[in-house]
Design a protein around this ligand. Structure first.
Ligand SMILES: NC(=O)c1ccc[n+]([C@@H]2O[C@H](COP(=O)([O-])OP(=O)(O)OC[C@H]3O[C@@H](n4cnc5c(N)ncnc54)[C@H](O)[C@@H]3O)[C@@H](O)[C@H]2O)c1
Length: 395
């Protein structure tokens, strides 16, 4: 069976390769020519998907990276995995999704199953994407199928990957649900059927909002523990021995990435549009935004002022062991330090170049090092006697 995966990023690429490994002929469609050229040479672009997996499927011809949307017309299943960021005023930015859906609609043939994987607010599939596909394809309702299946991938998670993380699936019709289930069960162990598109859409937002709220809570508790001289890491370890009713979350400079800081705002936007309260989400977002500033204050305290001090920020991506800097809170941390007059450099061998600046070597030539994102490869001994502020603890 031929399928097209629209968007070959953190979500679409591993999905395309997993489906290709399962024997599907997969077209990996992306607008970004450079990305497609690299993929065609067998270069993975994603930390936890090795080049060998891409090369293997290029060789077997099960995977074909392309910029040509005509592949949609040759596919029985089309999956949409394009970004869903937020605008500067915190509203859902559906530009990429609407553009991809328009392309899918224009090239859609009858009987195709379109599965949306991008994270969206409830009602988006039914009220926005389906009408676009109907209009652009000229097909009638019932002549093609639509389903929603949110992606839960957690880049670099060694325990839970695409194959063993249960997959939520909901179709507009029973037939769409059945076809989506039959597709995913070829390479995913557990498929969970939701009774409507909106249940699956909302479940994804609940999952990520749950994380933001709890991480903001633990960050607030870490501030309290710091003021009390209590080690938050030990507090969490102790609490986590409770076998029920507790799940550990860990403090840091704030959440980042394309999902955790963004998805709750999709939920808040949906709630506000119908007058439902969003107090916890708003507060969690506010605490998250304030964390970099809190650490600027801690840095200032630790070395008695920042003016003209040489500060090294260690790790700038949004989480350890990835090169992804989208929504990274480290950007605000660096801006805040500079505003206080510090001479800020940063080290991150995974990111290398960012915002027109380059990663510098770890060395003892600094007045302070701030551990923002602790990648596994870091050898902190290279910092010698430089005082360290660790954003992951409270001491
Ligand atoms: N990154 C994650 O960890 C993660 C996890 C779960 C869910 N999600 C969700 O999955 C979706 C995709 O996120 P991502 O992280 O994979 O994004 P990404 O930026 O890594 O990849 C998206 C790709 O889509 C391409 N693209 C954009 N518009 C296109 C179009 N019109 N046609 C073809 N290609 C197009 C881009 O060039 C890019 O290569 C988002 O809705 C996100 O919220 C992401």
């Amino acid at each position: 069976m031929q399928i097209t995966v629209v968007g070959q990023g953190y979500v679409g690429l591993p999905l395309a390769i997993a489906a290709a490994d399962a024997g599907f002929k997969v077209f990996g469609l992306d607008l970004n020519q450079e990305r497609i050229t690299l993929l065609s040479r067998g270069i993975s672009l994603i930390e936890d998907l090795n080049d060998e997996a891409v090369l293997r499927n290029l060789k077997s011809k099960n995977y074909e990276p392309t910029t040509n949307p005509k592949t949609i017309n040759q596919s029985e299943i089309v999956l949409i995995c394009v970004p869903t960021p937020i605008t500067n005023d915190n509203k859902p930015d559906l530009e990429a999704l609407i553009s991809a859906t328009t392309t899918v609609g224009r090239n859609l043939k009858a009987e195709t199953l379109v599965i949306v994987e991008s994270t969206i607010e409830p009602g988006t599939c039914r009220n926005i994407l389906l009408p676009i596909m109907l209009k652009e394809s000229g097909l009638k309702l019932g002549e093609f199928e639509i389903a929603y299946s949110p992606e839960r991938i957690d880049p670099t998670n060694k325990k839970w990957g695409i194959r063993n993380t249960p997959k939520l699936v909901a179709g507009l019709t029973d037939n769409a649900t059945k076809r989506a289930e039959e597709f995913y069960e070829k390479f995913i162990e557990s498929i969970i059927i939701c009774s409507s598109l909106e249940i699956a859409e909302t479940a994804k937002l609940l999952e990520n909002t749950f994380r933001l709220v709890n991480i903001s809570f633990i960050n607030e508790l870490a501030i309290f523990c710091q003021k009390m001289g209590i080690d938050i890491t030990e507090v969490i370890s102790a609490a986590a021995t409770k076998p029920y009713g507790f799940m550990p979350f860990y403090p840091g400079v704030g959440v980042g990435g394309h999902c955790i800081p963004v998805d709750p705002l999709y939920l808040a936007h949906a709630a506000k549009s119908i007058g439902a309260p969003t107090r916890l989400i708003d507060l969690a977002d506010q605490i998250n935004q304030e964390m970099p500033g809190y650490f600027v204050g801690r840095a200032e305290e630790k070395i008695s002022g920042l003016k003209n001090k040489k500060v090294l920020v260690v790790g700038v991506s949004y989480k350890p062991n990835v090169a992804d800097v989208r929504e990274s809170p480290v950007e605000s941390l660096i801006t805040g330090l500079k505003q206080k007059g510090a001479q800020v450099s940063w080290h991150d061998d995974l990111v290398k170049v960012w915002n027109g600046e380059e990663s510098v070597a770890l060395s003892s030539d600094f007045d302070l090092a701030i551990i923002a994102t602790p990648h596994d490869y870091l050898d902190l001994l290279k910092l010698g006697n430089v005082p360290i502020l660790n954003t992951r603890g409270s001491i």
